[in-house]
Design a protein around this ligand. Structure first.
Ligand code: URA
Length: 433
Protein backbone atom coordinates (compact mmCIF):
# COMPACT_ATOMS: atom_id res chain seq x y z
CA UNK A 1 0.00 0.00 0.00
CA UNK A 2 1.19 3.55 -0.70
CA UNK A 3 -0.01 6.71 1.05
CA UNK A 4 -0.08 8.59 -2.25
CA UNK A 5 -2.65 6.17 -3.74
CA UNK A 6 -4.88 6.61 -0.69
CA UNK A 7 -4.64 10.42 -1.00
CA UNK A 8 -5.62 10.26 -4.70
CA UNK A 9 -8.48 7.86 -3.93
CA UNK A 10 -9.96 10.25 -1.36
CA UNK A 11 -9.34 13.25 -3.61
CA UNK A 12 -11.52 11.47 -6.18
CA UNK A 13 -14.26 11.09 -3.58
CA UNK A 14 -13.99 7.31 -3.19
CA UNK A 15 -14.54 5.36 0.03
CA UNK A 16 -11.41 4.34 1.94
CA UNK A 17 -11.27 0.78 3.25
CA UNK A 18 -10.63 -0.17 6.88
CA UNK A 19 -7.18 -1.42 5.84
CA UNK A 20 -6.31 1.85 4.12
CA UNK A 21 -7.38 3.90 7.16
CA UNK A 22 -5.35 1.58 9.38
CA UNK A 23 -2.33 1.95 7.08
CA UNK A 24 -2.45 5.76 7.32
CA UNK A 25 -3.14 6.13 11.06
CA UNK A 26 -0.76 3.40 12.16
CA UNK A 27 1.95 4.65 9.80
CA UNK A 28 1.49 8.23 10.98
CA UNK A 29 1.69 7.38 14.68
CA UNK A 30 4.84 5.32 14.04
CA UNK A 31 6.40 8.19 12.09
CA UNK A 32 6.53 6.16 8.87
CA UNK A 33 4.17 8.45 6.95
CA UNK A 34 5.24 12.12 6.92
CA UNK A 35 3.17 15.16 7.90
CA UNK A 36 2.93 16.40 4.30
CA UNK A 37 1.16 13.26 3.08
CA UNK A 38 -1.23 13.16 6.03
CA UNK A 39 -1.91 16.89 5.53
CA UNK A 40 -2.84 16.24 1.91
CA UNK A 41 -5.16 13.42 2.92
CA UNK A 42 -6.79 15.57 5.62
CA UNK A 43 -7.43 18.31 3.07
CA UNK A 44 -8.95 15.77 0.66
CA UNK A 45 -11.19 14.60 3.53
CA UNK A 46 -12.25 18.20 4.21
CA UNK A 47 -13.44 18.50 0.60
CA UNK A 48 -14.81 15.00 0.03
CA UNK A 49 -15.94 14.03 3.55
CA UNK A 50 -16.01 10.63 5.21
CA UNK A 51 -19.08 8.39 5.07
CA UNK A 52 -20.48 6.68 8.19
CA UNK A 53 -18.39 3.52 7.66
CA UNK A 54 -15.18 5.50 7.20
CA UNK A 55 -15.97 7.59 10.29
CA UNK A 56 -16.38 4.46 12.41
CA UNK A 57 -13.18 2.92 11.03
CA UNK A 58 -11.23 6.14 11.66
CA UNK A 59 -12.60 6.38 15.21
CA UNK A 60 -11.67 2.76 15.97
CA UNK A 61 -8.14 3.25 14.62
CA UNK A 62 -7.62 6.31 16.82
CA UNK A 63 -9.21 4.56 19.81
CA UNK A 64 -6.85 1.58 19.46
CA UNK A 65 -3.78 3.81 19.05
CA UNK A 66 -3.47 4.23 22.83
CA UNK A 67 -4.55 3.20 26.30
CA UNK A 68 -8.19 2.61 27.18
CA UNK A 69 -9.70 3.21 30.59
CA UNK A 70 -11.29 0.05 31.92
CA UNK A 71 -14.14 1.00 34.24
CA UNK A 72 -15.32 -2.59 34.71
CA UNK A 73 -14.02 -2.67 38.30
CA UNK A 74 -16.55 0.03 39.21
CA UNK A 75 -19.93 -1.37 40.15
CA UNK A 76 -22.89 0.37 38.57
CA UNK A 77 -23.58 2.33 35.44
CA UNK A 78 -20.84 4.72 34.39
CA UNK A 79 -21.90 7.72 32.37
CA UNK A 80 -19.90 10.40 30.66
CA UNK A 81 -20.79 13.80 29.31
CA UNK A 82 -18.99 15.85 26.72
CA UNK A 83 -19.53 19.44 25.69
CA UNK A 84 -18.14 20.77 22.43
CA UNK A 85 -17.25 23.91 24.40
CA UNK A 86 -18.73 27.29 24.99
CA UNK A 87 -18.70 30.48 27.03
CA UNK A 88 -19.83 30.15 30.65
CA UNK A 89 -20.30 26.41 30.19
CA UNK A 90 -19.98 24.97 33.68
CA UNK A 91 -22.68 22.29 33.29
CA UNK A 92 -20.44 19.33 34.19
CA UNK A 93 -20.02 20.67 37.71
CA UNK A 94 -23.78 20.73 38.31
CA UNK A 95 -24.74 17.62 36.36
CA UNK A 96 -22.11 15.32 37.83
CA UNK A 97 -23.22 15.85 41.48
CA UNK A 98 -26.91 15.54 40.56
CA UNK A 99 -26.59 12.29 38.65
CA UNK A 100 -24.15 10.85 41.20
CA UNK A 101 -26.73 11.64 43.90
CA UNK A 102 -29.28 9.78 41.73
CA UNK A 103 -27.05 6.68 41.84
CA UNK A 104 -25.17 6.81 38.55
CA UNK A 105 -21.36 6.79 38.47
CA UNK A 106 -19.45 9.53 36.74
CA UNK A 107 -15.74 8.98 36.18
CA UNK A 108 -14.88 12.02 34.15
CA UNK A 109 -11.72 13.18 32.50
CA UNK A 110 -11.94 16.81 31.59
CA UNK A 111 -9.83 19.30 29.72
CA UNK A 112 -8.47 22.79 30.05
CA UNK A 113 -9.76 25.81 28.21
CA UNK A 114 -8.06 27.43 25.27
CA UNK A 115 -9.06 30.68 23.59
CA UNK A 116 -12.55 31.98 24.24
CA UNK A 117 -13.90 28.77 25.81
CA UNK A 118 -13.26 27.74 29.40
CA UNK A 119 -12.19 24.31 30.65
CA UNK A 120 -13.64 22.35 33.56
CA UNK A 121 -10.20 21.67 35.07
CA UNK A 122 -9.40 25.38 35.29
CA UNK A 123 -12.72 26.00 36.99
CA UNK A 124 -12.09 23.23 39.53
CA UNK A 125 -8.61 24.55 40.26
CA UNK A 126 -10.15 27.82 41.43
CA UNK A 127 -11.26 25.87 44.54
CA UNK A 128 -8.39 26.28 47.01
CA UNK A 129 -6.38 23.04 47.25
CA UNK A 130 -8.35 21.11 44.59
CA UNK A 131 -6.22 18.47 42.82
CA UNK A 132 -7.05 17.42 39.28
CA UNK A 133 -4.11 15.00 39.04
CA UNK A 134 -4.88 11.88 41.03
CA UNK A 135 -3.53 8.36 40.60
CA UNK A 136 -5.61 5.83 38.63
CA UNK A 137 -6.06 3.76 41.84
CA UNK A 138 -7.45 6.74 43.76
CA UNK A 139 -9.59 7.74 40.79
CA UNK A 140 -11.30 4.31 40.68
CA UNK A 141 -11.56 4.19 44.48
CA UNK A 142 -13.18 7.61 44.60
CA UNK A 143 -15.75 6.76 41.91
CA UNK A 144 -16.53 3.48 43.65
CA UNK A 145 -16.97 5.15 47.04
CA UNK A 146 -18.75 8.40 46.22
CA UNK A 147 -19.81 7.93 42.57
CA UNK A 148 -18.07 11.02 41.23
CA UNK A 149 -14.61 12.16 40.15
CA UNK A 150 -13.57 14.86 37.69
CA UNK A 151 -9.87 14.72 36.89
CA UNK A 152 -7.26 15.58 34.27
CA UNK A 153 -6.22 12.97 31.78
CA UNK A 154 -3.23 10.92 32.87
CA UNK A 155 -3.40 7.81 30.67
CA UNK A 156 -2.01 8.06 27.15
CA UNK A 157 -5.35 7.78 25.39
CA UNK A 158 -5.71 8.29 21.61
CA UNK A 159 -2.17 9.44 20.75
CA UNK A 160 -3.21 9.30 17.08
CA UNK A 161 -5.80 12.00 17.75
CA UNK A 162 -3.25 14.17 19.58
CA UNK A 163 -0.86 14.01 16.64
CA UNK A 164 -3.57 14.46 14.02
CA UNK A 165 -5.26 17.32 15.91
CA UNK A 166 -1.99 19.24 16.13
CA UNK A 167 -1.54 18.80 12.37
CA UNK A 168 -5.15 19.77 11.61
CA UNK A 169 -4.74 22.89 13.71
CA UNK A 170 -1.95 24.22 11.48
CA UNK A 171 -3.21 22.98 8.10
CA UNK A 172 -6.71 24.44 8.12
CA UNK A 173 -8.31 21.01 8.42
CA UNK A 174 -10.03 21.11 11.81
CA UNK A 175 -13.35 21.91 10.21
CA UNK A 176 -14.59 18.56 8.90
CA UNK A 177 -17.51 16.68 10.43
CA UNK A 178 -15.91 13.25 10.00
CA UNK A 179 -12.63 14.37 11.53
CA UNK A 180 -14.26 16.20 14.46
CA UNK A 181 -16.63 13.28 15.16
CA UNK A 182 -13.77 10.77 15.04
CA UNK A 183 -11.59 12.91 17.27
CA UNK A 184 -14.22 13.47 19.97
CA UNK A 185 -15.67 9.96 19.90
CA UNK A 186 -12.32 8.16 19.98
CA UNK A 187 -11.54 9.98 23.24
CA UNK A 188 -15.00 9.33 24.70
CA UNK A 189 -14.83 5.63 23.82
CA UNK A 190 -11.34 5.38 25.32
CA UNK A 191 -12.63 6.90 28.56
CA UNK A 192 -14.68 3.78 29.13
CA UNK A 193 -18.21 4.97 30.05
CA UNK A 194 -21.21 2.81 29.18
CA UNK A 195 -23.39 5.76 28.21
CA UNK A 196 -22.34 9.05 26.65
CA UNK A 197 -24.28 12.31 26.62
CA UNK A 198 -22.99 14.84 24.10
CA UNK A 199 -23.81 18.52 24.55
CA UNK A 200 -23.27 20.00 21.09
CA UNK A 201 -23.21 23.77 21.38
CA UNK A 202 -24.68 25.88 18.59
CA UNK A 203 -24.12 29.56 17.93
CA UNK A 204 -21.70 32.47 18.03
CA UNK A 205 -19.75 31.17 21.03
CA UNK A 206 -19.41 27.62 19.64
CA UNK A 207 -17.60 25.55 17.03
CA UNK A 208 -20.84 24.94 15.11
CA UNK A 209 -22.52 28.20 14.23
CA UNK A 210 -25.78 26.87 12.80
CA UNK A 211 -28.28 24.26 13.95
CA UNK A 212 -27.98 22.42 10.62
CA UNK A 213 -24.18 22.05 10.94
CA UNK A 214 -24.54 20.95 14.55
CA UNK A 215 -27.18 18.35 13.65
CA UNK A 216 -24.88 16.77 11.07
CA UNK A 217 -22.05 16.55 13.62
CA UNK A 218 -24.36 15.27 16.36
CA UNK A 219 -25.80 12.54 14.12
CA UNK A 220 -22.31 11.44 13.13
CA UNK A 221 -21.18 11.17 16.77
CA UNK A 222 -24.35 9.40 17.95
CA UNK A 223 -23.98 6.89 15.12
CA UNK A 224 -20.34 6.20 16.03
CA UNK A 225 -21.14 5.79 19.74
CA UNK A 226 -24.14 3.51 19.21
CA UNK A 227 -22.28 1.44 16.60
CA UNK A 228 -19.55 0.85 19.17
CA UNK A 229 -22.03 -0.46 21.74
CA UNK A 230 -22.32 2.66 23.90
CA UNK A 231 -25.69 4.31 24.40
CA UNK A 232 -25.12 7.78 22.97
CA UNK A 233 -27.44 10.78 22.94
CA UNK A 234 -26.66 14.27 21.65
CA UNK A 235 -28.38 17.44 22.81
CA UNK A 236 -28.01 20.54 20.68
CA UNK A 237 -27.98 23.56 22.93
CA UNK A 238 -27.84 27.31 22.55
CA UNK A 239 -24.51 29.15 22.61
CA UNK A 240 -25.76 32.39 21.06
CA UNK A 241 -25.37 33.99 24.47
CA UNK A 242 -23.19 33.06 27.44
CA UNK A 243 -24.63 30.22 29.50
CA UNK A 244 -25.85 31.49 32.86
CA UNK A 245 -24.30 34.72 34.07
CA UNK A 246 -20.74 33.89 35.08
CA UNK A 247 -17.76 33.65 32.72
CA UNK A 248 -14.50 33.10 34.59
CA UNK A 249 -13.34 30.38 36.89
CA UNK A 250 -14.23 31.25 40.54
CA UNK A 251 -17.32 33.12 39.37
CA UNK A 252 -18.48 30.01 37.52
CA UNK A 253 -17.88 27.68 40.46
CA UNK A 254 -19.87 30.04 42.70
CA UNK A 255 -22.67 29.91 40.12
CA UNK A 256 -22.48 26.11 40.18
CA UNK A 257 -22.88 26.09 43.97
CA UNK A 258 -25.76 28.56 43.79
CA UNK A 259 -27.44 26.37 41.16
CA UNK A 260 -27.10 23.29 43.35
CA UNK A 261 -28.68 25.38 46.14
CA UNK A 262 -31.61 26.10 43.78
CA UNK A 263 -30.66 29.72 43.11
CA UNK A 264 -28.97 29.48 39.70
CA UNK A 265 -29.78 31.51 36.59
CA UNK A 266 -32.86 30.17 34.79
CA UNK A 267 -31.22 29.25 31.45
CA UNK A 268 -28.33 27.44 33.11
CA UNK A 269 -30.55 25.64 35.62
CA UNK A 270 -32.92 24.55 32.84
CA UNK A 271 -30.09 23.18 30.71
CA UNK A 272 -28.56 21.24 33.61
CA UNK A 273 -31.92 19.70 34.48
CA UNK A 274 -32.63 18.78 30.84
CA UNK A 275 -29.24 17.07 30.51
CA UNK A 276 -29.78 15.17 33.77
CA UNK A 277 -33.21 14.04 32.57
CA UNK A 278 -31.68 12.61 29.38
CA UNK A 279 -28.94 10.91 31.36
CA UNK A 280 -31.44 9.24 33.70
CA UNK A 281 -33.57 8.14 30.73
CA UNK A 282 -30.73 6.79 28.59
CA UNK A 283 -29.44 4.68 31.49
CA UNK A 284 -32.96 3.48 32.47
CA UNK A 285 -32.55 5.14 35.86
CA UNK A 286 -35.94 6.72 35.26
CA UNK A 287 -38.80 5.16 33.31
CA UNK A 288 -40.07 8.46 31.96
CA UNK A 289 -39.48 12.20 32.04
CA UNK A 290 -41.76 12.75 35.03
CA UNK A 291 -39.88 10.25 37.16
CA UNK A 292 -36.55 11.75 36.06
CA UNK A 293 -37.71 15.24 37.04
CA UNK A 294 -38.90 13.98 40.43
CA UNK A 295 -35.58 12.30 41.16
CA UNK A 296 -33.66 15.42 40.23
CA UNK A 297 -35.92 17.64 42.34
CA UNK A 298 -35.50 15.26 45.27
CA UNK A 299 -31.66 15.23 45.28
CA UNK A 300 -31.60 19.01 44.99
CA UNK A 301 -34.13 19.54 47.79
CA UNK A 302 -32.70 17.06 50.27
CA UNK A 303 -29.17 18.41 49.76
CA UNK A 304 -27.69 15.13 48.48
CA UNK A 305 -26.56 16.69 45.17
CA UNK A 306 -24.58 19.46 46.84
CA UNK A 307 -23.26 16.87 49.30
CA UNK A 308 -21.77 15.00 46.28
CA UNK A 309 -19.95 18.15 45.25
CA UNK A 310 -18.70 18.59 48.81
CA UNK A 311 -17.45 14.99 48.91
CA UNK A 312 -15.68 15.35 45.58
CA UNK A 313 -13.93 18.55 46.72
CA UNK A 314 -12.87 16.81 49.94
CA UNK A 315 -11.61 13.64 48.21
CA UNK A 316 -9.62 15.72 45.74
CA UNK A 317 -7.88 17.83 48.36
CA UNK A 318 -9.95 21.00 48.09
CA UNK A 319 -11.51 23.09 50.84
CA UNK A 320 -15.23 22.15 50.93
CA UNK A 321 -15.96 25.21 53.07
CA UNK A 322 -16.12 27.18 49.78
CA UNK A 323 -19.66 25.86 49.50
CA UNK A 324 -20.69 28.03 52.46
CA UNK A 325 -18.18 30.86 52.24
CA UNK A 326 -17.47 32.36 48.82
CA UNK A 327 -14.85 34.67 50.34
CA UNK A 328 -12.54 31.64 50.37
CA UNK A 329 -12.19 31.95 46.59
CA UNK A 330 -9.54 34.32 45.27
CA UNK A 331 -11.16 37.75 44.94
CA UNK A 332 -10.73 40.26 42.12
CA UNK A 333 -9.60 43.73 43.24
CA UNK A 334 -12.15 45.66 41.20
CA UNK A 335 -15.66 45.25 39.86
CA UNK A 336 -16.51 47.55 36.94
CA UNK A 337 -19.93 47.90 35.38
CA UNK A 338 -21.02 47.97 31.76
CA UNK A 339 -24.21 49.99 31.35
CA UNK A 340 -26.67 50.18 28.50
CA UNK A 341 -26.19 53.31 26.39
CA UNK A 342 -29.76 53.17 25.05
CA UNK A 343 -33.15 51.76 25.96
CA UNK A 344 -34.38 48.78 23.97
CA UNK A 345 -34.34 45.03 23.56
CA UNK A 346 -31.17 42.97 23.59
CA UNK A 347 -30.96 41.70 20.01
CA UNK A 348 -27.69 39.80 20.17
CA UNK A 349 -24.86 39.12 22.60
CA UNK A 350 -21.61 38.48 20.77
CA UNK A 351 -20.69 35.46 22.86
CA UNK A 352 -17.29 34.87 21.30
CA UNK A 353 -16.31 38.46 22.22
CA UNK A 354 -17.40 37.96 25.83
CA UNK A 355 -15.23 34.83 25.95
CA UNK A 356 -12.31 36.74 24.44
CA UNK A 357 -12.78 39.64 26.88
CA UNK A 358 -12.74 37.23 29.84
CA UNK A 359 -9.60 35.62 28.42
CA UNK A 360 -7.89 39.03 28.17
CA UNK A 361 -8.65 39.70 31.84
CA UNK A 362 -6.81 36.44 32.66
CA UNK A 363 -9.72 33.97 32.94
CA UNK A 364 -8.48 32.01 29.93
CA UNK A 365 -5.41 31.32 27.84
CA UNK A 366 -4.29 32.71 24.52
CA UNK A 367 -1.51 30.14 24.42
CA UNK A 368 -1.13 26.90 26.37
CA UNK A 369 1.56 28.49 28.56
CA UNK A 370 -0.58 31.39 29.87
CA UNK A 371 -1.39 31.35 33.58
CA UNK A 372 -5.00 31.63 34.68
CA UNK A 373 -6.18 34.19 37.22
CA UNK A 374 -9.09 32.37 38.93
CA UNK A 375 -10.65 35.51 40.39
CA UNK A 376 -11.34 37.49 37.20
CA UNK A 377 -14.16 37.27 34.69
CA UNK A 378 -17.41 38.76 33.52
CA UNK A 379 -20.95 38.47 34.79
CA UNK A 380 -23.46 38.94 32.00
CA UNK A 381 -26.60 40.13 33.73
CA UNK A 382 -29.05 40.24 30.85
CA UNK A 383 -30.23 37.90 28.10
CA UNK A 384 -31.26 38.15 24.48
CA UNK A 385 -34.89 39.33 24.30
CA UNK A 386 -34.78 41.30 27.58
CA UNK A 387 -35.84 44.96 27.62
CA UNK A 388 -33.33 47.28 29.26
CA UNK A 389 -33.44 50.98 30.04
CA UNK A 390 -30.59 53.40 29.31
CA UNK A 391 -28.19 53.14 32.26
CA UNK A 392 -29.20 49.61 33.31
CA UNK A 393 -26.28 47.33 34.14
CA UNK A 394 -25.61 44.80 31.36
CA UNK A 395 -22.48 43.21 32.77
CA UNK A 396 -19.91 43.37 35.55
CA UNK A 397 -16.20 43.01 34.93
CA UNK A 398 -14.20 41.38 37.73
CA UNK A 399 -10.66 42.58 37.17
CA UNK A 400 -7.17 42.77 38.57
CA UNK A 401 -6.14 45.34 35.98
CA UNK A 402 -4.91 43.13 33.13
CA UNK A 403 -6.20 44.36 29.74
CA UNK A 404 -9.05 45.97 31.67
CA UNK A 405 -9.81 48.78 29.20
CA UNK A 406 -9.91 46.37 26.22
CA UNK A 407 -12.09 43.91 28.08
CA UNK A 408 -14.47 46.70 29.07
CA UNK A 409 -14.73 47.98 25.50
CA UNK A 410 -15.24 44.48 24.06
CA UNK A 411 -17.94 43.68 26.59
CA UNK A 412 -19.75 46.97 25.92
CA UNK A 413 -19.64 46.28 22.16
CA UNK A 414 -20.83 42.69 22.61
CA UNK A 415 -24.41 43.86 23.23
CA UNK A 416 -26.51 44.69 20.16
CA UNK A 417 -29.72 46.57 20.83
CA UNK A 418 -32.93 47.16 18.88
CA UNK A 419 -36.25 48.93 19.39
CA UNK A 420 -38.10 45.87 18.01
CA UNK A 421 -39.34 43.08 20.29
CA UNK A 422 -36.87 40.15 20.19
CA UNK A 423 -37.67 36.49 20.86
CA UNK A 424 -35.85 34.88 23.78
CA UNK A 425 -33.45 32.07 22.92
CA UNK A 426 -34.52 28.49 23.45
CA UNK A 427 -31.91 26.56 25.42
CA UNK A 428 -32.39 23.01 24.07
CA UNK A 429 -32.66 23.13 20.29
CA UNK A 430 -32.80 19.43 19.43
CA UNK A 431 -32.10 15.97 20.85
CA UNK A 432 -30.61 13.25 18.66
CA UNK A 433 -30.79 9.62 19.83
N1 URA B 1 -12.71 18.82 19.83
C1 URA B 1 -12.00 17.70 19.67
O1 URA B 1 -11.68 17.02 20.64
N2 URA B 1 -11.63 17.35 18.43
C2 URA B 1 -11.96 18.06 17.34
O2 URA B 1 -11.63 17.69 16.23
C3 URA B 1 -12.70 19.24 17.53
C4 URA B 1 -13.06 19.59 18.80
Amino acid sequence: MRAVDIIIKKRQGLELTKEEIHFIIDGYVKGEIPDYQVSALLMAICFQGLNAKEQINLTMEMLHSGEKIDLSSIQGVCVDKHSTGGVGDKTTLVIAPIIAACGLKIAKMSGRGLGHTGGTLDKLESIPGFQIAISPENFFKQVQEIGIAVVGQTANITPADKKLYALRDVTGTVDSVGLIAGSIMSKKLASGAHSILLDVKVGDGAFMQTLEEAQVLAKAMVNIGNSCGRTTVAMLTDMDQPLGEAVGNSLEVIEVIETLKGRGPVDFTTLCHEICIEMLLMTNFAKDELEAKQRIAMVLQDGSAIEKLRQMILYQGGNPEVINDYQLFAQAKNIMTVKSETSGYIKKIHTHSIGDAAMLLGAGRKTKEDIIDPSVGIKVLTKVGNFVNKGDILAQIYTNGKEEANALRMTQQAFEMTKEVVQKNQIVLDIIK
